[in-house]
Design a protein around this ligand. Structure first.
Ligand SMILES: *[C@@H]1O[C@H](CO)[C@@H](O)[C@H](O)[C@H]1NC(C)=O
Ligand SMILES: *[C@@H]1O[C@H](CO)[C@@H](O)[C@H](O)[C@H]1NC(C)=O
Ligand SMILES: *[C@@H]1O[C@H](CO)[C@@H](O)[C@H](O)[C@H]1NC(C)=O
Ligand SMILES: *[C@@H]1O[C@H](CO)[C@@H](O)[C@H](O)[C@H]1NC(C)=O
Ligand SMILES: *[C@@H]1O[C@H](CO)[C@@H](O)[C@H](O)[C@H]1NC(C)=O
Ligand SMILES: *[C@@H]1O[C@H](CO)[C@@H](O)[C@H](O)[C@H]1NC(C)=O
Length: 417
């Protein structure tokens, strides 16, 4: 089944009484013709940002100078021959934000992410042709996007019945699993995504699927928004579990299995809260939040992902691009993360777990992906939304037209984590 316009999507979703919402699977996408994206080049000028408090990916430090040169962070001693000096008046500089679960869909959406300081995005389902997905990676000055391309799914589950998947995404047994994974390897997928639902794949096929992906050196991302799919994903030995159960929280034996198998959690609480708000499928928010609380307390790595699509699905389903990642940080803190761990969840931790060694940290030699904010995010996580300046690969943006405040964010000594 093909969707040629947005209206088609609406009709299907409404007709299926939000089954899609229930499973929060991928969204159909349509390639659109629009104006060609703006081309940027790496600036050759050297910029020094002075009097800035750096969250280096681990902790917030005392005021210092950060130098940007050739799209990278330079040594602060290079400040003396800077072409441009910016006084940040004690503002806070964050590494460019990394969204660990997004459905980019369009260059316009990539631009919206950029305007909220997101310089890297882990796309968890792009139903365009792989070359059209790749084209969403515009280049210098745009977010860098990694792709699973379209996810694997059982043809017998609720998601596939909506017609949102192409038949070559269907996995039924070990041989169709191998064919699917071989295709994603050829497409250069960064990781393998699978929809876990009941009814869905039988456990033996799921296990074979994950073993095949690992044999091809690919990590497996499981979409598991309910309690039972979490167990099936753990049994199959997936690497990352995305979403958080809206029916029944994870229990202690599941938590221990996450730890033992070193599974990473990407709870996408903003999506779970949004789905619970639709009132569909008996989904409620507290189990999703409580699952994060248990996983975090036990020491399971938690990454910030929004599951943003930017699509408004009536009556009230919308996870907007960009801002939703900041809302996710607020929800993670509400679920018990310290503000420092919420900041790590959107910078250094995803860089570590997705294998992106050139970002997530502010230090010489790393990509100059930077977000200058007003306010102290250690005291108040919501201040990540007070964006004054953004640099992506050294290209500067000022999407909110804010002038750098001359008012220091606070007088206190809050450098420690
Ligand atoms: C696997 O499933 C495919 C498609 O459903 C089918 O054609 C094939 O015969 C099955 N292979 C085995 C070994 O069962
Ligand atoms: C996958 O990557 C290889 C090596 O970089 C490249 O030669 C090939 O063209 C890529 N395939 C696709 C489909 O982009
Ligand atoms: C946790 O949940 C799983 C899956 O529902 C179940 O098999 C297991 O017995 C539960 N463990 C505890 C300690 O409740
Ligand atoms: C919601 O819960 C009710 C009562 O337990 C049940 O009858 C109904 O089937 C559930 N609906 C869905 C969509 O799970
Ligand atoms: C936290 O920051 C937000 C965004 O600047 C602001 O609206 C809110 O009032 C602050 N909360 C507190 C308790 O200061
Ligand atoms: C910022 O300024 C530009 C140029 O004047 C304008 O096009 C844009 O709409 C402004 N953006 C906001 C968020 O005010």
């Amino acid at each position: 089944m093909h969707f040629i316009n947005f209206g088609g999507l609406m009709a299907v979703l409404v007709a299926t009484q939000f089954l899609f919402v229930h499973s929060c699977g991928p969204v159909p996408m349509v390639k659109r013709q629009g104006p060609a994206p703006t081309k940027y080049t790496t600036p050759q000028t050297k910029v020094a940002i002075r009097n800035v408090r750096v969250f280096d990916g681990r902790r917030l430090n005392r005021p210092a100078t950060v130098v940007i040169e050739n799209g990278l962070i330079g040594h602060s001693k290079h400040e003396r021959d800077a072409d441009q000096v910016i006084d940040a008046y004690g503002g806070v500089l964050l590494p460019g934000l990394i969204d660990s679960h997004v459905h980019t869909g369009s260059v316009a959406n990539a631009e919206t992410m950029r305007n909220y300081g997101i310089s890297s995005a882990m796309d968890m389902g792009c139903t365009l042709a792989p070359s059209d997905c790749d084209a969403l990676n515009v280049g210098v000055g745009y977010p860098q996007i990694k792709f699973s391309y379209d996810g694997a799914v059982s043809p017998f589950g609720a998601s596939a019945k909506l017609g949102l998947f192409k038949p070559n995404s269907f996995v039924t047994n070990a041989s169709t699993a191998a064919a699917y994974i071989a295709r994603q390897v050829t497409n250069n997928a960064s990781y393998i995504k699978i929809i876990t639902e009941s009814p869905g794949l039988d456990q033996a096929t799921f296990n074979a699927f994950v073993a095949d992906a690992h044999g091809n050196n690919k990590k497996v991302m499981s979409h598991a928004p309910r309690h039972d799919p979490v167990s099936e994903s753990l049994t199959a030995q997936v690497d990352f579990i995305h979403h958080s159960p809206t029916d029944k929280p994870v229990n202690e034996s599941q938590v221990q299995q996450y730890l033992k198998q070193k599974v990473i959690a990407v709870p996408t609480l903003i999506q779970m809260l949004t789905i619970a708000g639709t009132g569909f499928g008996n989904s409620t928010y507290p189990p999703a939040r409580d699952s994060v609380t248990s996983l975090y307390r036990a020491g399971v790595p938690i990454l910030a992902g929004s599951d943003a699509t930017g699509l408004h699905i009536p009556p009230n389903l919308l996870v907007p691009m960009g801002i939703s990642l900041h809302q996710e940080l607020e929800l993670l803190v509400e679920a018990g993360l310290t503000t420092v761990d919420a900041l790590r969840a959107v910078t250094s931790l995803p860089a570590l777990h997705f294998g992106l060694p050139d970002r997530g940290v502010i230090a010489p030699g790393y990509r100059a992906d930077l977000v200058l904010i007003r306010g102290n995010p250690i005291l108040n996580i919501s201040t990540t939304q007070e964006i004054e300046r953004i640099w992506i690969g050294g290209v500067e943006f000022n999407p909110f037209n804010r002038t750098i405040s001359t008012v220091p964010c606070d007088g206190g000594d809050n450098e420690e984590d």
